[in-house]
Ligand binder design. Structure first.
Ligand SMILES: [Zn+2]
Ligand SMILES: [Zn+2]
Length: 269
């Protein structure tokens, strides 16, 4: 009985976290920064209430699946293979304060591994054997909105949720690192689906080039192929899956006085 109430608490926590982050990003992008971003809408098409309603229903299911996985991890369901630890001094190696420094290092490692996991899982989900039942639902949203972030069919949500027990096989993680990772993941995911380019002009040059912009994932939704990465562009660049129209589209959207992606310019790409 106690375990069931903890499960409910996991769902309540994850749901409020999801709603808070998506809501905050929506307000920042669409209200606080509205004047600065007024020419930055990527696709001319708007988002219908029907789409948002569908996305919110599936998002709730995703939250239940993600929090159930968190609950199973909390109860040690995958022990003894998992490297979850709760004593902050476990990885301090006798150096005062290093335990918290390790939390930061493990968070960076988790993000880098998650980026690789997401890229390859995403490409796998685009295979015709998986696409229809696993990934097509996410692609019903051709014009993404912040509510598209968690709009997954249950099969896709499970594949994403599996990352937590899998990363715990290779990277020792403290619950604080898991909590921070979850927040970064939701924020980055929501940002990718805002439909408005928030990154400054020039984010396709130099070191900024490795960051995936909003346009990067927006083009994936618009065309249904290419740009499979999550946080970084390096997998797409290495595997030559980055869309040819990515840089020019980003430049056009971020140039002063111009706006919106013109699909007709790249017809057939
Ligand atoms: Zn996709
Ligand atoms: Zn998406």
């Amino acid at each position: 009985m106690e375990s069931l109430s903890i499960w409910a608490a996991f769902i309540a926590h994850d749901l409020s976290q999801f709603v808070t982050i998506v809501g905050l990003i929506y307000v920042i992008v669409n209200v606080i920064m509205a004047a600065w971003l007024k020419n930055r809408k990527i696709q001319p098409a708007g988002v219908t209430y029907k789409q948002v309603r569908r996305e919110l229903s599936y998002s709730f299911l995703t939250v239940v699946i993600f929090s159930s996985m968190g609950w199973l991890v909390h109860y040690g369901f995958f022990r003894p293979f998992m490297l979850l630890y709760t004593d902050i001094h476990t990885y301090s190696f006798g150096i005062p304060g290093f335990g918290w420094f390790y939390v930061g290092l493990s968070l960076i490692a988790t993000i880098v591994v998650h980026d690789a996991y997401f890229y390859w899982m995403h490409r796998l989900m685009h295979h015709r054997l998986l696409y229809r039942h696993v990934h097509r639902l996410h692609h019903r949203s051709i014009t993404p909105a912040p509510t598209t972030a968690y709009a997954f069919a249950p099969g896709e949500a499970l594949l994403h949720a599996a990352f937590l027990p899998l990363i715990l096989l290779i990277v020792p993680l403290h619950p604080v690192a898991i909590g921070l990772f979850t927040m970064v993941m939701i924020a980055r995911n929501t940002l990718a689906h805002t439909g408005i380019e928030v990154f400054p002009a020039g984010f396709v040059t130099g070191v900024y080039r490795w960051n995936t912009t909003v346009t990067h994932h927006d083009l994936h939704h618009l065309h249904g192929a290419g740009n499979y990465g999550f946080y970084f562009t390096w997998w797409d660049r290495m595997m030559r899956t980055e869309r040819k129209d990515y840089e020019s589209s980003f430049r056009k959207i971020t140039e002063a006085g111009t706006n919106q992606y013109d699909a007709s310019r790249v017809a057939g790409s």
